[in-house]
Each structure stands twice: as structure tokens, then as C-alpha cells.
Design a protein around this ligand. Structure first.
Ligand SMILES: *Cc1c(COP(=O)(O)O)cnc(C)c1O
Length: 379
């Protein structure tokens, strides 16, 4: 499908679900006997939580992590009884009953959340499932170690079905950082207080650390989506591809300005390709500094400012006459992986993916229900 022309003037986001499932298998093998849970917050990092979860479930994944209760609630209808969905940001004050009623597992991040979940369990006269997060050194979420120590574990477990004890590493994508080991040791001394409960410490970065970090369940996001954490060369398959159509070609004389503010003035006669993708589609304005698109192995640099719905490329040196209206050019793909785009933007692949926006035509390779889904999304 590369460079196929497309009659619709819409950019095209291709998500390869077979590659996603292959990554799930690769990571599962690496961390076995630990299992790989999938972090699908923020609409599976912008890729579409429903098809992503459907594919991962088919591949055998049973544990899913989101940030918000609302995200969990959109997923529960498609999860079977063998699956669990955890809400990382904690128990939503005022929505405890809804959380319990829908079988969503909150990550309890404070004593107040622990107490309110216990209170609800007592009212409902049944044990309620929960994960407990302990902050071992990131200062973000979770009980401080002294509060975790002070919890009366036995009486807590009368009311709460503890499914997971977890912590999060601050520096997992930097293997050599000593802080990883500090957090691990702190965590190891705390999990002894909760015998028999499954333990989770690793995100994608942690998966690539030593086996002590794998524990029972890894919480993997970015690696499943094909991006190895940090600069590691681990063979993951790329999952995401982004192409956008040329919507107009023009030739301009030397001295002519291009785009808002006429930021670029042609120093020679130029051929300009205007492409139908802009900052509303996740190509930030700062991409004009070092960014490019690719066509048949040629790099076409961005010239001028990026608009909301379009950007302009310098196609002057491209001898290939097949670049024309309707042709797709590659923004993310084999010539320009997400890591390269992130680097050109001084950011991380996570921010690129979660900023992609809603206007792309979405193609889910390997999704048996794709037609069903696109019918739904166009309604
Ligand atoms: C987002 C998140 C993850 C997933 O991180 P990746 O680096 O994408 O694997 C895991 N755990 C927690 C607590 C998170 O917030």
C-alpha cells in the first residue's frame, strides 16, 4: 500500500495490529514467567484503544491499564471475565460505586483512597478488587513507604481483594541509572508485607532492565506500539505509519514567499508540494525547523510555517514526476520512524503518538472487525 494514491484528501494513519501482537509475543517471551499487561491509556497512545485491546486480547493479554475511570468504562464491554482493567490515576472521588459496579480495578494511591474503597466494601458486604501503588522514589503517585508499612495488611484484606502491588520507576529508560536499583530494593522490602499478592514494577523501560525488575506483571505501553525505550536496539516491529496526501503542486519563482508570514523566501525557482496535514493532526509547528516527509526514498524538507491543516514541502530536487496531487507522502514510516520525528521535534515518541488527532483515516491492519469499527466511528 505504500505510496498508493488516495482519492480522498485525508491523511492516513495505519496501525499494524499484527505487528502489535508480534511485539506482545516478543515481550512476553522476554519476561516469562512474568506476564505482559498492556497500558492503553489516552486511547492506546492515540492509536485507538478499541481495536488495540481487541487485538491484544486475541493475543492472550488479560491485564489492561488506563489512566482514568472513563477510559476503563469504554473498554469493559469488550473485555471478557478473564480480563482486568486497572485505573492508574487512582480512585475517582465520588465515583467509587460506579467503579465497583462495573468491575473496574482502581489503583489505590493514598490512604484516603484505601479507606474509601474499604468503606464501600463494608457497605456492599463484599470484598472489592484493588491494586495498591507505593511511591518508591518518583514523587508522583502512590503511598509513601511509611504509610504502606503502617497499613494493617490482614485487616485490609478482609475488605479488599488485593490484586497487585505496584510501583513505577522514574528512570527505567536509562539502564545505567543507579536510582533504578534504589527503587527496586526499596520496593522489595515493602512487598514482603503483602505476601501472595502479584507484584508489578516494570513499564516498557523496566522490561529491558534485568529480570529482577520483571516481577509478576509488566505494564507495557510504548514498546507494544513498536518503540523500544531509550536508544536500545531491541527487535520490535513498527506498528504505526502516517501518510498524508499532496493536495496541490506549484512552481514558484525565486524571491517568492511560502506560507504564513512568508517565512520562507525562495532563493531559486522551486517546486512546492502542499500536503493535507497540519498541526491539528499532530504535526507541530516546530516541525518546520528540521522536519521532512519522504517520497520513494527521497527526503522532502518542510519549508515555511506549518498551518493547521496543511504544510509545504520543497520538492525542487525531486526528479520523480509521479509526485502529484493525491500522492501520499510518508510522515512516519520506514524512512522516518517515530523516534526520528521525535528527535527532530526535541520530544519523545509518546508525545507524538498521543498528539496525532482525530482527523486521519484510520486503517487497522489485521483487524477482523475493522469495517464494523469504521462504520461506528463515522456515525
Ligand atoms: C504510562 C505508564 C506505563 C506505561 O509506560 P510505557 O513506558 O509506555 O511502557 C506504565 N506504568 C504506569 C504507572 C504508567 O503511568
Amino acid at each position: 500500500m505504500a505510496y498508493a494514491t488516495c482519492s480522498r484528501a485525508s491523511s492516513r494513519l495505519t496501525v499494524d495490529l499484527d505487528a502489535l501482537c508480534a511485539n506482545y509475543a516478543i515481550i512476553s517471551r522476554r519476561i516469562a514467567p512474568a506476564t505482559c499487561g498492556a497500558v492503553v491509556k489516552a486511547d492506546a497512545y492515540g492509536l485507538g484503544a478499541r481495536p488495540v485491546v481487541r487485538a491484544l486480547r486475541g493475543a492472550g493479554c488479560k491485564q489492561f491499564f488506563v489512566a482514568h475511570l472513563a477510559e476503563a468504562l469504554t473498554l469493559t464491554p469488550q473485555l471478557g471475565p478473564e480480563c482486568e482493567v486497572f485505573v492508574l490515576n487512582g480512585l475517582d472521588a465520588g465515583r467509587e460505586a460506579e467503579c465497583a459496579g462495573r468491575g473496574v480495578v482502581p489503583v489505590l494511591n493514598s490512604l484516603a483512597q484505601v479507606e474509601s474503597w474499604r468503606g464501600l466494601a463494608i457497605t456492599l458486604q463484599r470484598r472489592l478488587p484493588a491494586a495498591l501503588q507505593i511511591d518508591t522514589g518518583m514523587s508522583r503517585l502512590g503511598l509513601p513507604p511509611d504509610e504502606a508499612v503502617a497499613l494493617n495488611e490482614t485487616s485490609l484484606r478482609d475488605d479488599v481483594d488485593l490484586r497487585l502491588i505496584m510501583t513505577h520507576l522514574a528512570c527505567a529508560d536509562e539502564m545505567q541509572r543507579g536510582e533504578n536499583r534504589d527503587q527496586l530494593h526499596r520496593f522489595d522490602s515493602l512487598i514482603r508485607l503483602f505476601p501472595g499478592v502479584a507484584v508489578s514494577i516494570a513499564n516498557s523501560g523496566g522490561v529491558f532492565l534485568a529480570p529482577e525488575y520483571h516481577k509478576d506483571v509488566a505494564r507495557c505501553g510504548i514498546a507494544l506500539f513498536g518503540v523500544p525505550p531509550s536508544a536500545q536496539s531491541f527487535p520490535l516491529r513498527p506498528v504505526v505509519r502516517l501518510d498524508a496526501p499532496v493536495i496541490q503542486m506549484r512552481s514558484i519563482d525565486a524571491g517568492t514567499g511560502v506560507g504564513y508570514g512568508l517565512d520562507h523566501i525562495a532563493s531559486r525557482p522551486m517546486r512546492i508540494a502542499t500536503v493535507g496535514i497540519g498541526y491539528a493532526d499532530g504535526v507541530p509547528r516546530s516541525f518546520s525547523k528540521r522536519g521532512a516527509a519522504w517520497y520513494r526514498g527521497h527526503r522532502l524538507p518542510v519549508v515555511g510555517r506549518i498551518s493547521m491543516d496543511s504544510l509545504t514541502l520543497d520538492a525542487t530536487d525531486l526528479r520523480d514526476p509521479s509526485l502529484c496531487e493525491g500522492t501520499l507522502v510518508e510522515l512516519i514510516g520506514p524512512h522516518q520512524p517515530i523516534e526520528a520525528v521525535a528527535e527532530a521535534l526535541d520530544t519523545i515518541p509518546y508525545e507524538i503518538l498521543t498528539g496525532l488527532g482525530q482527523r486521519h483515516q484510520r486503517i487497522y491492519l489485521g483487524d477482523i472487525l475493522m469495517e464494523h469499527d469504521s462504520a461506528e466511528s463515522s456515525s
